[in-house]
Design a protein around this ligand. Sequence first.
Ligand code: HEC
Length: 135
Amino acid sequence: MKTLAVTAGLTLGLLALTACAPDGRVAGRALFDQYCVSCHGRDGTGGGPSAEGLAKRPADLTRIAERNGGAFPMVRVMSVIDGYTRRNDHSSIMPELGIDLQEGPIVMVETADGVRTPTPANLVALAEYLRGIQR
Ligand code: HEC
């Protein structure tokens, strides 16, 4: 009986570890499905079900790097999602998602040369997911 309890404890411990494993791509995909698909579409190209009624077409998120001369602008993308850089742009119709993404762990991200900024891991996971779907 004792061994069984120990084994069960070990298994639970392992499960908890797996759940916390920082797999940015998986977490990013789940967050994307939850918060972004309605406008940007499942494939990220901008054809989500809510896109039709919008004054502006949601950006094609698979071509961010292409529009930026081939480099994926990680920091700019995070701040667009967060809403920080759009705060005064009243033409932007994308919701500010920073508050929703703040839940969970905070990680340090180098946002400029030698500047490390505490950033929600969720935001990083989403941006990494987007980097992974570039054409
Ligand atoms: C209500 C619809 C809507 C939702 C929900 C939405 N977006 Fe957007 N998004 C837009 C629109 C429209 C634009 C075009 C620019 C603007 O209006 O801000 C845009 C632009 C962007 C851009 C800028 C692309 C570029 O090349 O500059 C990024 C990055 C982006 N969205 C990511 C996301 C992510 C990630 C999510 C989910 C966390 C999300 N969006 C949720 C509508 C939306």
